[in-house]
Design a protein around this ligand. Structure first.
Ligand code: ZN
Length: 302
């Protein structure tokens, strides 16, 4: 297997993981978890989302989280999700400089997620880039592999959005397997095509484990030369379209896999598991990552 020397892992738990948790997580607890992630060596975190708090009450403290994180960790790559122009404006006011804007590769999902057509989302993105030169805008392409409504996503849909990103001089794009439906062959096919067609773009991958495929897909992606991955502490982030399902690829399982293969992550697994344990005790969500169980079982060492 030809693998990169090191990979960069961005933890999206405080955004993707927490947004599905119904019980409000106190801001102090959110900050404690972010603190634990930084202590474990994680250098990039998606810390919150500037969405309408009426839509997602869990994110009502976005500005507070952003202010605290910026004050405490000025060097951390703190990213926030912004669904629209208003979100970008609020993120900017809160001192955030890295934002992720989401657009789906499937029309039906984009409509369900942000109540707009893809064309409208693209127009909105153009406006956002124009109005906020102070922001480093990345694009998350949701349902890049498959959609809960329209099935497998044709690669052309992804290419079309990548062309828009290239025109707008966006540097980083994250391909998201939003419903955890991709398989390793599909991942390798799409990534190789993207690498050939868009060599100037920095591509990251965001994988959900709904069908247990996340790590297999990630290993194949690393072999394709991808070195940026979004994962979630404890594997939080259950899919809203599949209640009770597993969430994102767990950060701790990802660290284990790469370190065991000799790929550097810069993350201390022991310290990270302490934070997973804190998440399990303090967040009303299912920890699906495997490493905490391994740690707690007396007969297995890692
Ligand atoms: Zn996600």
């Amino acid at each position: 297997m030809k693998l990169p020397k090191k990979v960069r892992i961005r933890d999206v738990g405080p955004r993707d993981g927490f947004q599905n948790v119904r019980t409000f997580i106190d801001t102090d607890k959110k900050l404690e978890i972010i603190d634990g992630l930084v202590t474990a060596g994680i250098q990039a975190i998606e810390i919150t989302s500037f969405v309408n708090p009426k839509a997602i009450p869990q994110m009502a403290d976005a500005a507070k989280v952003a202010a605290e994180v910026r004050k405490k960790y000025p060097d951390l790559e703190a990213l926030a999700l912004v669904p629209n122009l208003r979100g970008a404006e609020n993120a900017s006011k809160a001192g955030i400089r890295n934002v992720a804007y989401v657009v789906s590769a499937s029309e039906a999902h984009n409509k369900a997620n942000v109540n707009r057509s893809i064309d409208e989302s693209v127009e909105n993105l153009k406006e956002l880039v124009l109005q906020h030169p102070e922001l480093n805008v990345r694009v998350d392409i949701a349902t890049a592999f498959g959609c809960p409504y329209s099935g497998t996503t044709p690669p052309e849909n992804v290419f079309r959005l990548l062309k828009v990103c290239r025109e707008l001089r966006i540097q980083e794009v994250t391909l998201c397997d939003t419903i955890g439906i991709a398989n390793p062959k599909q991942v390798s096919g799409l990534l190789n095509a993207v690498k050939d067609g868009f060599p100037e773009l920095n591509i990251a991958l965001h994988l959900h484990n709904t069908r247990g495929m996340a790590l297999a897909n990630m290993a194949v992606a690393a072999e394709c030369g991808i070195t940026n991955f979004e994962t979630s502490v404890g594997g939080l982030g259950g899919c809203p379209f599949a209640p009770g399902s597993e969430g994102n690829a767990a950060t701790e399982d990802t660290v284990y896999m790469f370190e065991q293969m000799g790929v550097e992550t810069g993350i201390d697994l022991e310290k990270l598991i302490e934070t997973v344990s804190y998440v399990q005790a303090n967040v009303d969500a299912l920890v699906t990552g495997k490493m905490l169980k391994v740690k707690n079982s007396t007969c297995i060492n890692f």
